[in-house]
Design a protein around this ligand. Structure first.
Ligand SMILES: *Cc1c(COP(=O)(O)O)cnc(C)c1O
Length: 479
């Protein structure tokens, strides 16, 4: 397909500006000439060509509005459009962040209420909405843990992280200057309690636990784990990025967690991908209240205002107050579903994942054969052994059938991992069709492995040289 630059013809434009009826002022007269360039090469096209170009491109794209997107650990779910409608209200989108509080009471109220809702849903004392993503929330949480120990004059330099954790967990610990130590998983995919007991000393600030973990399994020994960590004076951190597995069913605060980060852009209805926008609110137990980022919204005789008066705060972690529009969508999502709706969301997310697990388990090896939460993890080991077809080939073949591939090769402790998260929004028919295709690919792998290995056969771009694409990216058009 031609690039927009190749469609360019000198002088062609997509708009017409009326002739000037005021005295002309040339840019050179008002700004420094050295800043002006005549050689910026912008495409010149007519409106109709512009529209056709981008509409055609958008049709080559695959997204949740077009088809099934079973991306485990990422919760790429379909998001109700009412959330977008409300986030689009001019009162929200046109609000300048420097507007005086008298004129932004409604938006402040929304953020204040959202904090209260999240605190209630997850059983935490309070939340900050500032962090801009899940990993940023982790960093914020770990910064608070660090400050908590420093304030008590008790310097601890280690953080424990299970081997099934998301890669952002060790990164967040290391960024805060902690030594990160890996805790092994046991045979059923949970934390190895003996190993935890051995590692949990007075040097350890805390344990970062993903629950459900990245194998899609609920940590069965959570209360025991909390006891071991707390007995040594440590804090328990919950990576709650995938809260659509448990919201409304159980509250991390009640289970003994001291900190939790959420991913509003996963659980609470903002489409994500390509890096944003996101929001990673962090909830804390009473112990960490003093360390929350500033400013915080307080309610003073019915009015909302910003308060900076928290001497132990870790400070600011984001310009302004976070990604406000994502908060509007989360607020709308919570209000439109209500407590029963949120609970049902988790129930259906878990039911759907277990449905797929049962339908596919004869055709692909399950990593752990037990009831899963919002995602199920298979291993493509059998296909490699029987026909030399790898998980990456299976993922590419799915493209030919019109499905976005699931997460593959993650979590890393499962060889040839295939991690499927159908999410709560998908119908029985969609999941049945997807499973039929997965079963058909398993058969093809046995009967015609070469076809699977050469997939995709029908996409605009065939198989890319991924190593070269990563090492020598060529993303710039030069005419
Ligand atoms: C997605 C995810 C993260 C990271 O979230 P970002 O918003 O991408 O920074 C962290 N932990 C888990 C378990 C996740 O699924």
């Amino acid at each position: 397909m031609e690039l927009i630059f190749e469609k360019s013809r000198p002088g062609r434009t997509a708009g017409s500006i009326p002739t000037c009826d005021v005295p002309e002022v040339h840019l050179e007269q008002v700004i420094d000439k050295s800043l002006l360039r005549q050689d910026v090469d912008l495409p010149e096209v007519a409106e109709v060509d512009l529209i056709r170009h981008y509409t055609t491109l958008s049709r080559r794209n695959f997204g949740v509005d077009v088809g099934f997107y079973p991306l485990g650990s990422c919760t790429m779910k379909y998001n109700p459009k009412i959330n977008e409608d409300l986030a689009k209200l001019p009162g929200f989108t046109a609000l300048h962040p420097y507007v005086p509080v008298e004129f932004s009471q409604g938006s402040l109220e929304l953020m204040y209420e959202l904090r209260k809702y999240l605190s209630e849903i997850f059983g935490m004392a309070d939340f900050t909405l500032q962090p801009a993503a899940g990993a940023h929330g982790e960093l914020t949480g770990i910064m608070m843990i660090k400050k908590y120990f420093e304030a008590g004059g008790n310097h601890r330099h280690q953080i424990l992280i299970p081997d099934a954790a998301h890669g952002t967990n060790p990164a967040s610990g290391a960024l805060c200057g902690f030594q990160t130590i890996t805790v092994r998983s046991n045979a059923e995919g949970g934390v190895d309690i003996d190993h935890l007991q051995e590692l949990m000393t007075g040097d350890v600030a805390g344990l970062m636990l993903t629950n459900p973990n990245t194998l899609g399994l609920f940590e069965r020994s959570i209360e025991k784990i909390a006891g071991i960590v707390h007995d040594q004076g440590g804090l328990l951190y919950c990576d709650g990025a995938n809260a659509n597995a448990f919201m409304g069913k159980t509250r991390p605060g009640d289970l003994g967690f001291d900190v939790i980060q959420l991913n509003l852009h996963k659980t609470f209805s903002t489409p994500h991908g390509c890096g944003g926008p996101g929001s990673g609110p962090v909830g804390v137990s009473q112990k960490l209240m003093d360390y929350l980022p500033i400013p915080q919204i307080v309610k003073n005789q019915g009015d909302y205002e910003w308060c900076e008066d928290y001497p132990n705060s870790i400070g600011r972690v984001r310009s302004f107050y976070g990604n406000f529009n994502v908060m509007v969508k989360a607020y709308t999502y919570i209000r439109s579903l209500g407590p029963d709706g949120l609970k049902k969301t988790s129930e259906v997310a878990v039911l759907n994942a277990n449905y797929i697990k049962e339908k596919l388990k004869l055709h692909y090896d399950l990593a752990y054969d037990r009831t899963c939460m919002h995602e199920c993890v298979f291993s493509g080991k059998r296909q490699v052994r029987e026909s030399g077809v790898h998980t990456s080939d299976i993922a590419k073949r799915l493209l030919d059938y019109g499905y976005h591939p699931p997460t593959i090769y993650f979590p890393m402790i499962v060889p040839e991992a295939i991690m499927i998260e159908p999410t709560e929004t998908e119908s029985l028919e969609t999941m049945d069709s997807f499973c039929d295709v997965m079963i058909a690919i398993a058969r093809e792998a046995r009967e015609n492995p070469e076809q699977v290995k050469s997939a995709p056969l029908t996409t605009p771009v065939r198989r890319l040289d991924e190593v070269r694409a990563a090492r020598e990216p060529d993303v710039c058009w030069k005419g």
